[in-house]
Design a protein around this ligand. Structure first.
Ligand SMILES: NC(=O)c1ccc[n+]([C@@H]2O[C@H](COP(=O)([O-])OP(=O)(O)OC[C@H]3O[C@@H](n4cnc5c(N)ncnc54)[C@H](O)[C@@H]3O)[C@@H](O)[C@H]2O)c1
Length: 247
């Protein structure tokens, strides 16, 4: 059984991964800025132990602190799931430098800092792995979200660089690319639709499986990328989108 650090998992995809890791007996440190949500998440009655730690991943010191806390508390580290993200949207003329900087800090800098801090510990594992949550938004772009698409595409490059540097140390690095997953993350998008039902119908028509994903639909891919079953998989992307990006 491994020790897993989930950065961003009080809700949504991270929360589903938390439960899935614990279900198979792994130990998890859940780091999130949502203190109440994180404490409630780790309180679920599941086989693997779990603890919560409050952090703001936009703060570089917090990235180092949660890695150190995980190793101090559990004595080792096998998997880092860098999953937190922010989606800020505005017309180009109104998209501020602050919005850009926050997006880069959480979506791109935090995964880099987590990887840098975790690398020496992962090298001591016989199954060291880093999973970066990108998005199908890293493969395409939509108006009004320049920083989201830029950072999610940036993770693909970060993944390749880290995979090359850490492979000699036995650590694998891969990107997870969810498509449309039904979580609170997309609430700002739906709130801005004049007719949300019509907007959802139009979205579903573009997804071959004709539904949004559930967080639980993504958790299996996270388990795979963290497990020895993917022992020869590094520097690549796993798309989990019901076929959305295939057509
Ligand atoms: N939901 C989707 O459709 C979708 C699609 C593609 C990619 N993603 C990506 O999946 C990841 C998780 O998204 P989700 O849909 O599960 O969203 P979510 O809002 O349900 O969960 C995100 C979690 O990250 C935490 N978080 C955010 N900023 C943080 C910060 N600065 N410090 C600490 N914790 C922070 C939140 O508190 C929350 O618990 C994100 O990186 C997102 O970009 C989501």
């Amino acid at each position: 059984m491994g020790v897993v650090l989930i950065a961003g998992g009080a809700s949504g995809i991270g929360r589903a991964a938390l439960d899935a890791f614990r279900q198979q007996g792994d130990t998890v440190l859940l780091a999130d800025r949502d203190e109440a949500g994180a404490r409630a998440a780790v309180a679920a009655d599941l086989p693997g132990p779990a603890e919560a730690i409050v952090c703001d991943l936009a703060n570089p010191d917090d990235c180092d602190r949660i890695v150190a806390a995980c190793v101090e508390r559990f004595g080792r580290l096998d998997t880092v799931f860098a999953n937190a993200g922010v989606l800020l949207s505005a017309p180009l003329a109104e998209f501020t430098a602050q919005m850009w900087d926050l997006s880069v800090a959480v979506n791109l800098r935090a995964p880099f800092l987590l990887a840098r801090a975790a690398a020496p510990h992962l090298a001591r594992s016989d199954n060291g792995s880093i999973i970066l949550t990108s998005s199908t938004g890293g493969l395409r772009g939509h108006a009004g979200m320049p920083a989201y698409h830029a950072t999610k595409a940036g993770l693909l490059g970060l993944c390749r660089s880290l995979a090359d540097e850490l492979a000699p140390h036995g650590t694998r690095v891969n990107c997870l690319l969810p498509g449309w997953i039904d979580t609170p993350f997309n609430a700002p998008f739906w709130d801005h639709q004049s007719d949300p039902k019509d907007a959802e119908d139009r979205l579903l028509a573009t997804i071959p499986m004709r539904r949004q994903g559930l967080p639980e639909d993504v958790a299996g891919a996270v388990l795979f990328l963290a497990s020895p079953a993917s022992r020869y998989v590094t520097g690549t992307s796993l798309v989990v989108d019901g076929g959305y990006s295939a057509v």
